[in-house]
Structure formats: structure tokens, C-alpha cells
Design a protein around this ligand. Structure first.
Ligand code: HEM
Length: 422
């Protein structure tokens, strides 16, 4: 493996992610480490394949669809979570908040993107999909630190565990695809009339290349897995880290309550886009300090010179850490490591101005397609959950730390007591 150049400067990031975008690819290493789980999906593809994924999926993200998501699955699944929180509150027992958020975002995302009822929130004990998925994503991340993984995984038994985990994940993906392929025209119309939209699977099944070729089941499976990692893990982790900080900062908690308590009971598109500015700042502040995609790697296609004069040779890699940029005092000022939602209202600091400074949703042409989706979902959850409940950290547990993964899960459960506010 050649040189890896680590950067944590927004100016250099802009060069890599936008100005000279065509020169920096995901590259072979990502594909070879990640393809067992992610296949040839949007996350590890480049060039025309990436463009096809991006263009096809982008049709799913529109204001009309956001409205129908808030009125439908976002509220529906969050109310399901609230009914569980009520039971936990009445029992006086502690619960793992991160696990609940992961189940919520999985259920909501599987339903709205593939019309798949995973219903992991109802299944309080077991979560076969989530368990297999977390294992596979964690094991994939370990490969980046072990160039000999193809050899060692066989010796340690990890290769077998990985195959089993992928089998479980695939069984869900293929079940959704099979079910959709068997749908008649009338059934498809009835489903789309019920939900008010074409979902991701509809769009990718309809897709044809210039020669009229459609995607195979394996390619559709890759779409499914890539979007689950995007739609489930990131938002749930962002909410877990955010509520952890809220529990430690009572003044922030009070401000959220003040905001959500003066709004009507039922969230809607206008409410979450216009009337939840403080909660939105809290969510973004959490993302700044705990970006769910903490590091990223790009490979140079041709020789290049970075704006600071560093020479990059073809084949060398650039590693950028959104986590490090989010905590960099040169970028965010002397209080960079503190949780201060107010910074998002500071017009002088123009905190939101640059995607290269706040890169938690990535930047440039590959900026996260689900940024608005995730923010609207998180704000719907914050509105419904914080109106009704307060969380208190169970004393004595270790401060949460990130577990090895492609994303940023907490290593240990986030154990909280749930207290009814109303
Ligand atoms: C708080 C939640 C989220 C965060 C912080 C986040 C962050 C990111 C980041 C950093 C990337 C770049 C990853 C890479 O290139 O390796 C990305 C890409 C992407 N995200 Fe998100 N994401 C979030 C939620 C979502 C959701 C809910 C969806 C789907 C509904 C989504 C869809 C995507 C897609 C499709 C890409 C690939 C874009 C491309 O390569 O062109 N994300 N996201």
C-alpha cells in the first residue's frame, strides 16, 4: 500500500471533494474490502456506476415525498417507539437508547424504501437483521487495518461468521425483491396510491441502461444494503450521541422542551422545517462532534498538487477525518470541543456556510443524498420523544466511546432511565 496523506483542513477537503473531484475516487481498496457486504452499490462505486446510482436514487428525494414521509412512516414508527418508552418509564427499568433508535430507523427506512416490514421494534429481544448487519459492518471496517485480512479471517473463523451474517442480510433483501417482482400491475398501483409515492425499489426496478438492460436481483440487493447503512445507522447514531450530550447539558434540554412544548402535538413538514430551529441546531451540533461517517478515504487517479503545495502521486490515498475537522480549533474556534448548539445561530461564525467545514454530510458532488431526509426524520423524532419524555443516564456506566465500524456506533449500550414529562 502506497503513501496515505491525512488532511483535516477544509481548504484541502474542498480541493479533493469538489475542485478536482474527478481525480479522487473511492478506488480499488474500498471495493475489495467492502464488496462482500456492500456489493457494487453507491458507497463503493465510481464513474458511470456511481452516476447511475446517484441519478436513479435522487428522484426519491423531493419535498412532496418528504411531506408524505413525515405524515406517514416517520410519525407512525416514532409513536411505536413512544409506546415502548411509556412501558419502560412505568417499569422504572433502564433501557439501551441506542438500540431503540437503531430499531426505529431500520423499521422506518425498510418500510419506506422497500415496503418491507422488518418490525424490529416489536421484536424487543431479538433483532436478527440488526445483529448480522452490525457484525458485517464492523468486520468490514477491521479489514482497512489488516492488509492480510483475506488470510487471517480464514484462520480466526471470521470468514465463516461473515458469510453467515451476509446470508442473513441477503435473505431480507431478496425477500423484498422477490415480493416486488411478483406484484401485479394493479397491486403496484394500489401500493403506490396507499403510500403516495414510488419507493426506491420501484425506481431501481424501472431503471434501464442505454441498451435497455434492467438491474439484476444481485444489483438490487446491493442498492438495498447500501441504503440501509445510509438510512439506519447514521441517523440512529446521530440521535444517540445527541441525546447523550443533551442529558449532560440540562440548559440545552430545557431549551428543547421550551421549543417543542409550544408547538402543536402532531409534527408536519412546516413545523419541522420552520419552527424547530433550536432542535435543528442541537442535531447539527451533535453531528459536528460525532459525525456518523467519521473518516473517509479517496485514491488519486493522476498526479496532483494540493493547495498547500503537497504533491500527490497517482495511486496515493487521501484520508480525511470529519471527526478531526469537527474538533479542530483552527476551524471551529477555541471552544471546538464543547457542545454549544448556540454556535449555529452565530451569524458571524457562519457555521453552516461551508460543507467543507461542516462535512458530516460529506461535500461536493457526492454530498449525502439523504441530508434533508435525515434531518426531517430526526426532528420528527425529537419533537415527539422530547415532548413526552426525559432521559437520564444510568449512573456508573462508562462514558460512551466509538466502536470499530465504518460508521460511529457507541461501543457499549447507552443505558438510560425514561421519565414521563406528560
Ligand atoms: C445523520 C444522518 C446521515 C449522515 C451524517 C450522513 C452522512 C453521509 C456521508 C458522510 C456520506 C458520504 C459517504 C462516503 O462517500 O463514503 C453520505 C453519503 C450518502 N448518504 Fe448519507 N448520511 C445520513 C443519512 C442518510 C440517509 C437517511 C440517507 C438515505 C435516505 C442517506 C443517503 C446517502 C447516500 C445515497 C449517499 C451516497 C452519496 C454518493 O456517494 O453520491 N444518508 N452520507
Amino acid at each position: 500500500m502506497g503513501r496515505v496523506i491525512a488532511i483535516n483542513d477544509p481548504v484541502l477537503l474542498e480541493h479533493i471533494m469538489k475542485t478536482n473531484f474527478e481525480n479522487y475516487e473511492k478506488g480499488d481498496i474500498q471495493n475489495s474490502n467492502m464488496s462482500q457486504v456492500l456489493g457494487n452499490g453507491i458507497f463503493d462505486s465510481d464513474g458511470d456506476l456511481w452516476r447511475m446510482h446517484r441519478k436513479t436514487a435522487s428522484h426519491v428525494f423531493s419535498t412532496k415525498i418528504y411531506r408524505s414521509l413525515i405524515d406517514g412512516p416517520f410519525i407512525e414508527h416514532t409513536l411505536h417507539l413512544c409506546s415502548i418508552l411509556e412501558r419502560v418509564a412505568d417499569s422504572g427499568k433502564a433501557v439501551d437508547l441506542q438500540a431503540l433508535f437503531l430499531r426505529l430507523t431500520l423499521d422506518a427506512f425498510a418500510k419506506l424504501s422497500f415496503d418491507l416490514n422488518i418490525d424490529s421494534l416489536s421484536n424487543e429481544g431479538k433483532d436478527p437483521f440488526g445483529t448480522a448487519f452490525d457484525f458485517a459492518v464492523g468486520a468490514t471496517d477491521e479489514r482497512f487495518f489488516n492488509p492480510l485480512w483475506k488470510f487471517t479471517e480464514r484462520l480466526t473463523g471470521q470468514a465463516r461468521k461473515m458469510r453467515n451474517a451476509v446470508k442473513v442480510i441477503d435473505s431480507y433483501a431478496y425477500a423484498a425483491i422477490r415480493q416486488r417482482r411478483q406484484e401485479t400491475e394493479e397491486e403496484a398501483q394500489a401500493r403506490q396510491a396507499r403510500t403516495g409515492r414510488e419507493d426506491l425499489l420501484d425506481l431501481f426496478i424501472k431503471w434501464r441502461d442505454d441498451d435497455g438492460r434492467a438491474l439484476t436481483d444481485v444489483e438490487l440487493r446491493d442498492v438495498f444494503i447500501n441504503f440501509v447503512i445510509a438510512g439506519r445507522d447514521t441517523t440512529a447514531q446521530a440521535l444517540s450521541w445527541m441525546y447523550y450530550e443533551v442529558m449532560k447539558n440540562p440548559a440545552v434540554e430545557q431549551n428543547i422542551w421550551r421549543e417543542v412544548d409550544r408547538l402543536g402535538d402532531q409534527p408536519n413538514y412546516e413545523m419541522v422545517t420552520k419552527d424547530m430551529r433550536y432542535s435543528s441546531a442541537v442535531f447539527h451540533e451533535g453531528l459536528r462532534l460525532y459525525p456518523p461517517v467519521p473518516v473517509n478515504l479517496k485514491t488519486a487517479v493522476a498526479d496532483d498538487v494540493l493547495p498547500n503545495g503537497i504533491i500527490v502521486k497517482a495511486g496515493e490515498r487521501i484520508l480525511f477525518s470529519t471527526y478531526a475537522i469537527g474538533r479542530n480549533k483552527n476551524v471551529w474556534g477555541p471552544q471546538a470541543r464543547e457542545f454549544l448548539p448556540e454556535r449555529w445561530f452565530d451569524e458571524n461564525a457562519k457555521a453552516k456556510e461551508s460543507q467543507f467545514k461542516f462535512s458530516s454530510f460529506n461535500a461536493g458532488p457526492r454530498i449525502c443524498l439523504g441530508q434533508t431526509f435525515a434531518t426531517l426524520e430526526a426532528l420528527t423524532i425529537i419533537k415527539l420523544v422530547s415532548s413526552k419524555f426525559q432521559f437520564k443516564l444510568v449512573p456508573g456506566q462508562k462514558a460512551p466511546s466509538p466502536a470499530p465500524s465504518l460508521t460511529l456506533p457507541m461501543e457499549n449500550p447507552l443505558m438510560v432511565y425514561v421519565i414521563r414529562r406528560k
